[in-house]
Design a protein around this ligand. Structure first.
Ligand SMILES: C[S@@+](CC[C@H](N)C(=O)[O-])C[C@H]1O[C@@H](n2cnc3c(N)ncnc32)[C@H](O)[C@@H]1O
Length: 347
């Protein structure tokens, strides 16, 4: 009951945002009439809303079963007070007209300008999701979690928690103070929050290339100790070789060009200790759920996701194996999945 009392209203809140967002978008397209961009198309199957709701319910059941099995405590989403929630909601809706205009006009490169050029890799300087500020501004960092929750029907945090059972397998029975965890592309720190709810004294590092997102993560995670949050490129992780017991990478690989994905996998393999574990949470890929394949084709057309089409066809198992990380398991999490890799222990 306690789980339902917190998670169901939360989900309803974000589902409601999605309903209003789609209505506003339809209205804007109707008033633009013939000038409106042609709708995204696919010949592949697209799941209906009931299929999505069923799969989302399965994720919630899995989340609750993990709590009941003692793998993690009853989750605290730390969404803030009602005024905080309302303010984030206001920021989200206030940005929708600009998002709509970028989508209609196919504009995605606003954040590449004289101030930013050369300060971040070129692939990074784009308006991902058509959002204002790309990854670069404090406003974008404040809006991000609402945007992701609306996109995932309020299930983003539940999906992030599915990373915890594979971490539990390697951390259980060990002194958490002596373990080391790295979260790559930690964004606003939501995943690290759930790790700390299970292992409060685990020394953890989060890296992200966005100063604004790291600042938001510091604010969000201020209740926890033993966390370092660094502005750093995942292509050159500022940690020692073989220093980490586990690495998590949540919703990042689909944002990276294929060549960069390979470099980041190599960096993770470098910093993991022998016997260490990599846990990746990201979108399902083509063929994982054949009924979803059309939805995966439509997604990057509607949100600016320049590397998603290559991601859904990428053999992540092969990327891991190429740098000594063996795929050892997968867990479905609604429209996402958790992929687990182990680095060979030294014999
Ligand atoms: C979709 S967000 C995911 C954030 C977070 N992990 C989550 O669970 O929501 C992608 C994040 O990856 C970061 N990112 C993208 N490319 C990066 C890179 N090369 N190095 C470090 N961070 C990067 C972005 O700044 C952004 O915060």
């Amino acid at each position: 009951m306690a789980y339902g009392a917190t998670q169901l209203p939360r989900m309803a809140w974000y589902l409601g945002h999605g309903v209003v967002m789609r209505q506003l978008s339809r209205r804007a397209r109707r008033s633009a009439g013939e000038n409106s961009r042609p709708p995204a198309r696919t010949n592949l199957p697209v799941p209906d809303r009931w299929r999505l709701y069923r799969d989302m319910a399965a994720l919630l059941q899995q989340d609750l079963a993990n709590v009941e099995a003692g793998l993690y405590p009853l989750p605290l989403d730390h969404d803030g007070s009602l005024p905080d929630l309302l303010e984030r909601s206001r920021l989200f809706f206030a940005d929708l007209p600009a998002v709509h205009q970028r989508r209609e006009g196919g504009q995605s490169q606003e954040v590449l300008n004289e101030q930013t050029r050369g300060k971040r890799p070129r692939y990074y300087l784009q308006n991902f999701h058509f959002q204002s500020g790309g990854w670069l501004t404090p406003e974008s960092a404040q809006r991000y979690d609402t945007q992701v929750e609306v996109l995932l029907y309020g299930s983003a945090n539940a999906a992030r928690r599915q990373v915890l059972p594979p971490l539990h397998e390697v951390f259980a029975g060990r002194d958490q103070r002596r373990l080391r965890l790295l979260d790559v592309g930690c964004g606003t720190g939501r995943s690290l929050d759930f790790c700390k709810q299970v292992w409060p004294r685990l020394p953890a590092v989060g890296i992200d290339l966005s100063e604004a997102y790291i600042a938001e993560a510091k604010r969000h995670l201020r209740r926890w100790g033993w966390i370092s949050l660094l502005v750093a490129n995942a292509e050159a992780v500022p940690l020692e070789t073989e220093s980490q017991d586990a690495v998590t990478v949540n919703f990042v690989f689909h944002e990276l060009p294929p060549a960069v994905r390979r470099i980041v996998f190599g960096e993770i393999a470098r910093v993991l200790k022998p016997g260490g574990r990599l846990v990746v949470l990201d979108s399902v890929q083509t063929g994982d759920e054949p009924d979803y394949d059309g939805m995966l084709e439509l997604f990057p057309q509607n949100y600016h996701e320049p590397y998603y089409a290559s991601y859904i066809r990428e053999d992540l198992g092969a990327l891991g194996r190429a740098c000594g990380l063996t795929p050892v398991g997968e867990i479905k999490a609604f429209v996402s999945k958790v992929m687990v890799f182990d680095k060979h222990a030294k014999s």
